[in-house]
Design a protein around this ligand. Structure first.
Ligand code: I3S
Length: 132
């Protein structure tokens, strides 16, 4: 019996509100950083940033199908995650995610504990996908 693909991926699923900004779009460095606070979901090897943190967080927890339109989805397959070097942002607790299509995102949360759980979850997600 063949199990559905979602059962093969043991990605640690996670959801919460994060600050994020895109710095490179498919190899092209963006001129301006625009930080957005958004509801973020990690599921099945895909990280999804939603547009509006308030409406999607409130409705999405109870009824995921009511989530607002995703603004970006980042495939974790072939992605890499590291702590952003200081020159990338003056903010604390900043992660840098590079996707396989050559885009880069900064992900930030003021709470070190919270950003650490995202660091772990995304790193695990990337490792599990590359182990296939
Ligand atoms: O890399 P930058 O240009 O210092 O990034 C800052 C700007 O995006 C700034 O927007 P304005 O240029 O509209 O002020 C943001 O408000 C800052 O948060 C950005 O810097 P940090 O260090 O917070 O990522």
């Amino acid at each position: 019996q063949v199990s559905p693909p979602e059962e093969k991926i043991k990605t640690l699923d996670k959801a919460g509100v994060l600050h994020r900004t895109k710095t490179v779009d498919k190899g092209k460095r963006l001129r301006k950083k625009h930080w957005i606070t958004s509801w973020t979901v990690l599921e099945g090897g895909v990280l999804t940033f939603f547009k509006d943190s308030k409406t999607s967080a409130a409705g999405g927890l109870r009824n995921p199908s009511k989530l607002s339109t995703p603004e970006y989805t980042v495939e974790l397959k072939g992605a890499s995650l590291s702590w952003a070097p200081k020159e990338k942002s003056s903010k604390k607790n900043v992660l840098e995610l590079r996707s396989r299509d050559g885009s880069e995102y900064l992900i930030q949360h003021d709470s070190e504990a919270i950003i650490n759980t995202w660091h772990k979850a995304i790193t695990l997600g990337i490792e599990e996908l590359s182990a296939d």
